[in-house]
Design a protein around this ligand. Structure first.
Ligand code: GRG
Length: 315
């Protein structure tokens, strides 16, 4: 995987080069800052099920999905008024919202150009994925500060804002590989969807469980923003008979109230239940590819789903 991801890296940097040095700088800012490149890795790993060397088209599929991810981060940081991202100053903090939005649009446009070069189906798929990201994000905004947000509503939101892109990463990798049949492409798409759900649940757990020292900023950012994620939803639904947590939510919190709410979510069973839910989704990811002919690539995918839970929790 290392060599393929190196190829992704080079193509990613090349994809945002323009005649305008300032636009290139804006568009390269977060690429240079690193990132785990999980979505390109998912595209490459899905394509590997075909058993052939990674083609340039597969690398470009990975680049297109990472560019959409990056564009969404640029926009998300404007929405959140974030000051840092990937441990560096966010684009909006350094250059302002206007330039951050335009550079995010530019990344989406470059992703679309690359996808169009990979064929009509991939272009349509990527466009639909961008819609689903926006839908998921809007659902999250609509549920802000709502202590009655249901688990179903939470799942629908994260399916859009996170799982849609993981799912499309796998589907695009599988389509452009060129030799895989439709049932296999569909199985890999479902694998990616489940993987994305695992990823977002774990990310949401970490926002509750990590300490301020680990995060470099106060824990409980989601709680503060009024985004009630699975650990909170489970605590409210099953472990809040005295109504102590509910009494704190539904409005902006002082830092003392945030710490109190965090303590309740951490010590009651909501966190443990959310981790169990993440493991169940990891099992579903594994089950999605279980019918495929056994081989190294399928074993890697199944292991990756399990490792995602453990690796991220230990990160
Ligand atoms: C413009 C495409 C577009 C979308 C607009 C803002 C928005 C709608 C959607 C936001 C979606 C979003 C930011 C979801 C969160 C996904 C998430 C957990 C990101 C962090 O991913 P990592 O950890 O990041 O893979 P790195 O830095 O490792 O790449």
């Amino acid at each position: 995987m290392g060599e393929q991801l190196q190829r992704v890296e080079e193509a990613l940097r090349a994809s945002v080069r323009t005649d305008d040095d300032f636009l290139t700088e804006l568009a390269s800012h977060l690429i240079k800052a690193g990132g785990k490149r999980l979505r390109p890795a998912a595209a490459v790993a899905a394509a590997a099920v075909g058993g052939r060397p990674t083609t340039h088209e597969v690398v470009l599929g990975g680049v297109a999905v990472e560019l959409v991810h990056l564009g969404s981060l640029y926009h998300d940081d404007v929405i959140d008024e974030a000051t840092t991202r990937r441990t560096v100053e966010s684009v909006n903090a350094r250059w302002g919202n206007l330039r951050a939005i335009l550079a995010g649009d530019f990344l989406l446009a470059r992703a679309s150009e690359i996808a169009a070069g990979l064929g009509t189906e991939v272009a349509g798929l990527l466009a639909n994925t961008i819609s689903r990201l926006c839908e998921g994000e809007v659902r999250e905004l609509q549920a802000m500060f709502d202590p009655d947000r249901t688990e179903e509503a939470y799942l629908r939101s994260i399916e859009g804002k996170t799982a849609a892109l993981f799912s499309s990463a796998c589907r695009i990798g599988a389509i452009v590989e060129g030799s895989l049949d439709r049932p296999t492409i569909d199985a890999l798409t479902e694998y990616g969807r489940c993987l994305g759900i695992v990823f977002q649940i774990v990310d949401d757990v970490l926002d509750i469980t990590r300490t301020e020292a680990e995060l470099g900023k106060p824990a409980g950012h989601d709680l503060e923003e009024g985004v009630y994620t699975l650990p909170v939803i489970r605590t409210l639904a099953r472990h809040d008979d005295d109504g102590e947590l509910r009494g704190l939510l539904g409005r902006p919190l002082t830092s003392a109230e945030r710490d109190k709410a965090l303590g309740l979510v951490r010590t009651r069973d909501g966190v443990a239940e959310a981790v169990t839910a993440a493991r169940e989704w990891a099992d579903r990811a594994g089950a999605a590819v279980a019918p495929l002919p056994d081989g190294d690539a399928v074993r890697v995918l199944r292991q990756a789903a399990q490792d995602l839970v453990d690796g991220l929790l230990l990160r």
